[in-house]
Write a protein that binds this ligand. Structure first.
Ligand code: G6P
Ligand code: ZN
Length: 543
C-alpha cells in the first residue's frame, strides 16, 4: 500500500450550494473532480490528521465508488478513524446522529438528496461539522476557497475496503469501523416516541403506507414500522433502495410521490401515508384524502409535540425558513414560544438548536426536524405524527380541521419554474430589487403592495450576517409572495415563487389553495413579469 501525491489544478464550479456540492454524476466522475472537492473539504477544515469522521450516503449510483476514494484519501492524510455505514449507506439524519453520539470531528455525506440518481442524473457531497449539522457558510466558504487554490491531493494506492461486513477493519494506519446504518437511529426513535402507543394504534387496525421511493429510508422504515412497531409487511412500499431510485425522482411531494397520493385518495385508502426522499431527511404527510403541506405539518407538530415523550417538557422555541408559511408563527404566538425566521437551508437552524433556543424547526421544502439531530429528519416526522395521532385518536383531516379552527389557516403554495435561462432568472430578480422603493402603494391584479424588500439574516447566536436570501413582497390585508432562485439545482436556474395568504374565516377553511391564492398568484406574476421574462405560461411544479 502506497501513499501518493497527485498533481491537480482547480476545477471550475466547485462552490457548495444550499446543501453541499451537487453535480451531474458524470461530472463527479471526471478525472480529479471528486478528489479535488474532497481534498478541499479536508483543507477547508484544517486537515484530517488524527481526526475521526463519519462516512455514508444515500446509496445512489457512484456512492460505493466515491466512498472508496474518500477512504483512500482520508487514510493518506493521517485520519485516525472513519466510521462508515454498511455498504457506505447512512441516511442523512442517521449520519448526523452518528456524528453526534460518537463525538466525531464531523462527517461526509454522499447524497444529492431528492434529486434523481444514476449515471445521467445527480450526485453530491457535503461536509457536516461535529455538531452533526451541515457546515455553516463560514466553513463552506473556506472549502470553496480551497477548491480555487488546490494544486495536489494525497491518496493511497490500495484495493477496495470491504464495507459489506459490519466490524473493524483498516486502511494503512487508519481504523475503519463498518456499522449497522439503522440500529443507533432506531434506538434514538424509541427514546423519543411512545412506541407502545403507536404499536397499539396499529394493532387496532390503523393502516399506514410509507413510500420509501426506492431510496435510503427503505431499511429504516422497514425496521422501525414493520419490525419494531408491528405494522403488517407491505406497509413500507418501494422499500428496497436502488442506485437510480427505480428511475424515479425521490422527492416526497404530491407530484413525485403521485403513487402515494393516488393510494391515499382512493376508496380503500389507508389512514396515514408518508414518503421520504433520496437521503431520508424530507417527509410528506398525507391522511386519507388529506394532503398536509409541509408548513402546516410544522405548525401541527409544534402545537402537539408535547404529546410525545421526547417533547413532554414543551418546546424551547420554534424556527422556520423565511419562505415557509407563517402557520407556525401563529402557534408560537398563542403558546408564548419564541419563533425564529431563518434563510433557506437547514444549516441556519444549527446555531439555534445548539444554543437551545429552538426545539422544532421546519421548512416548506418538506423538511421538519428537532434538536435530536442537526439535520431534518423524514422518518422522525412520520413517527411524531403517529405518536400524536396515537395519543389523541384523531384522523389527519381532523387534526387539520381542528388546527385551522384554532389558529387560522395559512393558504400556501409554491410555484417552481425549472430550467429557466440563468440570465433571465437573475434579470427578473434584479428588476424587482430595483423597484423596492417604488412598489409599495402600487396595485397589481387587485392587490396593493405594502412592502418590498430582500430578506437578510443576522444570526442571533454567532452574529453572522447572510444577505440576499430572497425577495419578499407583502400585500395590504395580509398575504405575501416570496421569490428565490433555487440553490440545489444542477441545470439552469429554478425560480421558486412562494405564495401565502392567511384565512381566519371558519367558513372558508376548505378551499383549493390555488383558488384561494388566485389574486396573489396573479399579482406576483405581474410584479415579477414571470411570463415575459421566462417565456413560460405557468409553473412546472405547483406544490
Ligand atoms: C436542501 C436543504 C434544505 C433547503 C432546500 C432548499 O434540501 O437541505 O434545507 O430548504 O435545499 O432548496 P432550494 O432548491 O430551494 O435552494
Ligand atoms: Zn434530502
Amino acid at each position: 500500500m502506497e501513499r501518493i501525491t497527485v498533481q491537480t489544478q482547480p476545477i471550475e464550479g466547485q462552490k457548495p450550494g444550499t446543501s453541499g456540492l451537487r453535480k451531474k454524476t458524470n461530472v463527479y466522475m471526471e478525472p480529479h473532480f471528486l478528489e479535488n472537492f474532497i481534498q478541499s473539504i479536508f483543507n477547508g477544515i484544517g486537515g484530517v490528521e488524527g481526526k475521526t469522521l463519519v462516512l455514508g450516503g444515500d446509496g445512489r449510483y457512484f456512492n460505493d465508488r466515491a466512498a472508496q476514494v474518500i477512504l483512500r484519501m482520508a487514510a493518506a492524510q493521517g485520519c485516525a478513524k472513519v466510521i462508515v455505514g454498511q455498504d457506505a449507506i447512512l441516511s442523512t439524519p442517521a449520519a448526523s446522529h452518528m456524528i453526534r453520539i460518537r463525538e466525531t470531528d464531523g462527517g461526509i455525506i454522499m447524497s444529492a438528496s431528492h434529486n434523481p440518481g444514476g449515471p445521467k442524473e445527480d450526485f453530491g457531497v457535503k461536509f457536516n461539522t461535529p455538531n452533526g449539522g451541515p457546515a455553516p457558510e463560514e466553513v463552506t466558504d473556506r472549502i470553496y476557497a480551497a477548491t480555487k487554490e488546490i494544486t495536489s491531493y494525497d491518496i493511497m494506492v490500495a484495493g477496495d475496503v470491504d464495507l459489506a461486513t459490519i466490524g473493524e477493519t483498516a486502511l494503512g494506519d487508519m481504523a475503519i469501523e463498518v456499522v449497522d446504518p439503522v440500529a443507533d437511529y432506531a434506538e434514538l426513535m424509541e427514546e423519543l416516541f411512545d412506541f407502545d402507543a403507536i404499536a397499539r394504534l396499529i394493532d387496532n387496525g390503523f393502516r399506514i403506507r410509507f413510500d420509501a421511493m426506492h431510496a435510503v429510508t427503505g431499511p429504516y422504515a422497514t425496521e422501525i414500522l414493520e419490525g419494531r412497531l408491528g405494522a403488517p409487511r407491505g406497509t413500507v412500499v418501494n422499500g428496497t433502495p436502488s442506485p437510480d431510485f427505480g428511475g424515479g425522482h425521490p422527492d416526497p411531494n404530491p407530484i413525485w410521490a403521485k403513487e402515494l397520493m393516488d393510494a391515499m385518495f382512493a376508496e380503500d385508502a389507508p389512514d396515514f401515508g408518508a414518503a421520504s426522499d433520496g437521503d431520508g431527511d424530507r417527509n410528506m404527510i398525507v391522511g386519507r384524502g388529506a394532503y398536509v403541506t409541509p408548513s402546516d405539518s410544522l405548525a401541527v407538530l409544534a402545537a402537539n409535540a408535547h404529546l410525545a415523550p421526547g417533547y413532554s417538557n414543551g418546546l424551547a422555541g420554534v424556527a422556520r425558513s423565511m419562505p415557509t408559511s407563517g402557520a407556525v408563527d401563529r402557534v408560537a404566538a398563542k403558546r408564548g414560544l419564541d419563533c425564529y425566521e431563518t434563510p433557506t437551508g437547514w444549516k441556519f437552524f444549527g446555531n439555534l438548536l445548539d444554543a437551545g433556543r429552538a426545539t422544532l424547526c421546519g421548512e416548506e421544502s418538506a423538511g421538519t426536524g428537532s434538536d435530536h439531530v442537526r439535520e431534518k429528519d423524514g422518518l422522525w416526522a412520520v413517527l411524531l405524527w403517529l405518536n400524536i395521532l396515537a395519543v389523541n385518536g384523531k384522523s389527519v383531516q381532523q387534526m387539520l380541521d381542528d388546527h385551522w379552527a384554532e389558529f387560522g389557516r395559512n393558504y400556501y403554495s409554491r410555484h417552481d419554474y425549472e430550467g429557466v435561462d440563468v440570465a433571465a432568472a437573475e434579470g427578473l430578480m434584479d428588476a424587482m430589487r430595483a423597484q423596492f422603493d417604488t412598489l409599495p402603494g402600487k396595485e397589481f391584479a387587485g392587490k396593493v403592495v405594502a412592502s418590498a424588500d430582500e430578506f437578510a439574516y443576522d444570526d442571533p447566536v454567532d452574529g453572522s450576517h447572510s444577505a440576499n436570501q430572497g425577495i419578499r413582497i407583502g400585500f395590504e390585508g395580509g398575504g405575501r409572495a416570496v421569490f428565490r432562485l433555487s440553490g440545489t439545482g444542477t441545470v439552469g436556474a429554478t425560480l421558486r415563487v412562494y405564495l401565502e395568504d392567511v384565512c381566519e374565516d371558519l367558513a372558508a377553511m376548505h378551499r383549493d389553495p390555488q383558488e384561494a391564492l388566485a389574486e396573489i398568484i396573479a399579482a406576483a406574476d405581474a410584479i415579477a413579469g414571470i411570463a415575459e421574462r421566462t417565456g413560460r405560461d405557468g409553473p412546472d411544479v405547483r406544490t
